[in-house]
Design a protein around this ligand. Sequence first.
Ligand code: ADP
Length: 536
Amino acid sequence: MNLLRKINKYLDYWPNQLAIISFFILLIISIFLTYRIYNNEYGNELIKVKEESFKIKNQLESTINYSSNVVKVISFIAEKNLEEQEFEPVAKSLVEKNKYVDGIQLVKGFEIIKTYPLIGNEKTIGYHLTADSLHKRAAKDAIKKNKIFFEGPFQLVQGGMGIVGREPIYKNGKFWGFSAVIIKTKTFLKSIHLDDFGSTSNFEYQIVQKEGDLSGPKFFKNNGDFSNGIIHKSFIPAGDWYLYVKLKEPKYLNRSIEFLIYGIVLSIIIALYLRKLAEEPLKLESLVDKKTADLEKLNIELENRAKELTKVNKELEYFAYIISHDLQEPLRMITSFLTQLEKKYNDVIDEKGKKYIFFAVDGAKRMKNIILDILEFSRVGKYNDKKEAINLNDIIHEIESFYKLEFPHGKLIYENLPILNSYKSPLIQVFQNLIGNAFKYSKENEAPIVSVKVIEEDDKQITFAVKDNGIGIENEYLEKIFVLFQRLHTRDGDKGSGMGLAIVKKIVENLNGTIWVESEVNVGSTFYFTLPKEKE
Ligand code: ADP
């Protein structure tokens, strides 16, 4: 059950389906090709055997032709009744000339009357062919065929194995006897270039006198199985022989199996590879899905955080507003009562007491400034007025007149400033703060020189630079000075709250700009800020 479920799950995955289908398709192609290769290889090997068989058959037939010529000459002599004088010399010369003929005989009726060479073959003279049923039948077959017909291989009367080819002789149309050639098995095998085992490196051979009868008299001493394998069989009528040629080690099956194995292995590899390829997009898809889900989660988190932040911010701004608004009243009271105290009890209070009152009033004033700044800071971004075309030259001119009184030796350089479409009061605040700081943090022994310039302008934004020759800011504080209540320099009479730059930064960023500073201690500072050409 469990296994079935596993198989089902495995098959449900489409890369697995692709792998299985492609494996079977490739397997079918492999089997088909294997079948083609099997047929081809089998055909090629069969052709090889056939060619070998024809070669041997040709050699055999040329030996038979030799013999046929020999018996024809002897038959001629007998027909002309010249056998007594001519048999011996003619047979001699024929045997000497034909290396594949071992002996020649003349048979009258069925009795051997002449043999060449006689020496060693004396026993044959007077032998009657009818004494042996096989000889008799073969002789009769020769008469029937009326041309040379071989018998054998058999045990020759004169000793040794061999074959005998007989041709009937007719005198005046009447059967007279046979002319015959004797070929020893050894000579015969030599003529077809084979040894008596009928075996070469590639083939195995057998010649028998009856179809399929491999248990009867054979030419070769092998026991090869010629009933199956790659075999070619051909018939040689001159002896009613059957020539069998068999390929010793057929390779067609091995080659086909080899190919099939390669095919199966390749099919598996390709199927696995296709599975891997098909998996890639799925993996990517799931990765994308996961990442998208993560991002969505993160987005929601961010949105929530932003909402929370906006809420907290609003609360904070409201809080700052309330505090600074409500604190003003008691402060005013402290100042006014302290002033009353100083006035009414002027005679009673000694110098020390007057000094204390002065410090207390001064502290209260400073606190008032701080509260006003906080109020200002909390108000940034809440502009009730509308955008308008602002000529910056006019604004700077106003600011200039303000600082001329405090720094009569100072210089404010500006010219050809652009006209901006923006909110007026925050812009004035930005320039006033920056120019104010530039004068405020000037060197004691050097007249302040402050310049306001546009250093870069494109379609989208304008970059301003407010440069001074003041005391400069150490590198480590370049970022910090934009943070609320961060002050580096506090001097006597310096009424700063440490909020000026924090307010400037908030305004600039609110108008979609950025602000940064470059400075060198004792040389001067340059405050850069960008403003978009149009605030959306
Ligand atoms: P503050 O009320 O102290 O001027 P700001 O926020 O305007 O507060 O400035 C923060 C601090 O940055 C100042 O206390 C001062 O140390 C430094 N600073 C601002 N402008 C300049 C300047 N142009 N040259 C040198 N130091 C400056």
